[in-house]
Write a protein that binds this ligand. Sequence first.
Ligand code: A3D
Length: 318
Amino acid sequence: MKKISLIGAGQIGGTLAHLIAIKELANVVLFDIDEGIAKGKALDIAQSLAVDGYNVKLSGTNNYEETKDSDVIIITAGVPRKPGMSRDDLLGTNLKIIKQVAEGIKDTSPNAFVICITNPLDVIVMALQKYSNFPKEKVIGMAGILDTSRFKHFIAEELNSEIKNVNSFVLGGHGDTMVPVPNRTTINSKPLNDFIKDGSTTQERIDSIIDRTRKGGAEIVKFLKTGSAFYAPAASGVAMAESYLKNQKKTLPCAACLNGEYGIKDLYVGVPVIIGEKGIEKIIELTLDADEQKSFQTSIDAVRELFNAAKKIDPSLT
Ligand code: A3D
């Protein structure tokens, strides 16, 4: 059995543990600075597995030694948003936390595939790679799958289609400047634009879906009041871990460190990548039209600006 360690046993961490267990994907170690949360959730989920006879071991800890030699590490340690906050407001606090996490994992699991979920995502995953010095193809951020599933969900509702027949990508940074690409969206292999042409929907309605997708996280924060989304973020993180552990080579939109692709170097941004047993095996370069390119550039500028803010907080990141 493979080993997945979850750093952060809060809302997403607990849901990740449950999903991993009922897929029998790996044994799970839940790590949290609050040892009681990690131990309590591990025990509760382990006992739930007895109901259906799933064969997975779970444990909870606040000691990095127990995460030793993990195949995959998924990081959600940090604070989530409260109503009215932007993801960027979390930067100062979560940067300090991610530095501690990098210290904790770098010697204990040097060969792990590391998936970061902590916000503000693109900058935190970039800081994590720099603090840990893990290979860039082994450090990846989860955001694009979540943003894409939100877009796909709204499109499926709008066109009364089964979700599995909707295909799309959301690119760019995980923030208000993210870039849903309606031109690359198909429903039953039919381009989304054709549904506008035949009157099934309108450009205005698609524009409002794009806007709702961009604000999809905030919509949930407002409903929950005490935290942010966790079911869909956890499902997205598990899809990445599964593609790596089973060498599925799925193409998934994730935050990856670009090395010249899309004309960008040394910056983590959301793009489609192939995840297999080597980690990020390929970054897919889509040809963007002028509007998409412009929106993508705006998103990249926003990520770069926030990383500059991070460097001011911690000059060791330069
Ligand atoms: P929450 O339920 O508060 O869990 C976070 C956990 O981290 C808590 O149990 C804390 O005790 C723990 N923690 C804090 N500091 C440390 C530390 N130094 N070491 C280990 N554990 C620590 O939050 P959540 O699970 O809802 O969200 C976790 C993070 O994911 C937040 O930063 C969210 O903003 C972010 N998030 C990202 C997305 C993306 O799509 C990228 C979506 C939703 C949430």
